[in-house]
Design a protein around this ligand. Sequence first.
Ligand SMILES: *Cc1c(COP(=O)(O)O)cnc(C)c1O
Length: 398
Amino acid sequence: MSDDIRLQMGLRPIINVSGTMTSLGASIVVPQAVEAIAAALPQFIEIGDLQRLASRTIARLTGGEAGFVTASCAGAITLAVAGTMTGDDLAAIERLPETGRLARDEVLIQAGHMVGYGAPVEQGIRLCGAKAVRVGQATSAEAYQMAGAITARTAAAMFVVSHHTVQYGQMGLAEFIEVAHAHGVPVIVDAASEYDLRGFLAAGADLALYSSHKFLGGPTGGIVAGRRDLVRAAYLQNGGVGRGMKVGKEGIVGTIAALEAWETRDHAGIRARESAALDLWQTTLTGFAGVDPVIDPDPTHNPLDRLKVHVKPAEAHITAWDLADALARHERQPIIVRDHEVEHGYFYLDPCNLHPGQAEIVAERLREELETARRSNDVIASDFAERRKRRAVNRWPD
Ligand SMILES: *Cc1c(COP(=O)(O)O)cnc(C)c1O
């Protein structure tokens, strides 16, 4: 019997060069978190005290006054927004998503930040009864548009840091905070997949929200950090709309352990291993006609590079999406690449979730598929629109 639980369960032993994707199981949970979770699961724990510990750890790492652990960053968005509307009014917390008797229930968000990470970011706002108020257009947002959107009912302003957002024409965080604070509006930053635990609060944001299960290598969870009164107001939502987003002891204990591990992690060593993988893949791909591998820095400035692999079908005898699909289809060594933009003729290889030995497997599989394509008389080119349609339909549980 294999010691790989995935094979024992009849699941595919995928290799993840896509990034920290919820649909692929997020990230490799660090051993410190795995051990802490296993030790905590059989025990009873006073959750308020555990969250008090989490608050101290979160404050130390983020520079915020306080913090707590949530079920996810998506949950953190809803709880943080709810807190800006209700404060610590327990009756108002129980009335949500009814907001009629509250003084404020509008949340500003730039149109170019109204993206999906698997669910719409503004739905996380609306879930507690708040109204998401769009600022500007998808391709441009200006200070006057934001100032003009602020009313007596504005509860908060949400700023999203993500490669998903429109990467030009948006207000930067400093300007966004300046306009919001000039009108007494608190700023919440969705920094779900950012490595920078301090910078957003240091820049003046009132709350910063993170995922535990992305770069931190924690269990599924989220983090709210920042101003004590807003953290408390968000936390109190656990007695209201937050109940359906409950985090358990394992999520809190695992997040604390992952944060502590982050403090002592060998960041330079990890970066060196990631660079070695990128170099190996780049060397492997160089020499295949029509394949152009370029090292590409992370668009939101995380200390992480990816390999952008351009594939010209006429020369490589295969399209970028058919190469991605061939890698993913393999029975013994399915490899999932980062293919969000593949219609443009490229995909990325993300080295941040590799186990030892997997970079070499990825290199070997790329070579195999590209050699197969090179030998093919025809260009391997499936219809992209068909692929898109096929993937849009979720047939689960069939
Ligand atoms: C992943 C992500 C989320 C959701 O985080 P979860 O912790 O998975 O709920 C929210 N916003 C952005 C920008 C993300 O990338």
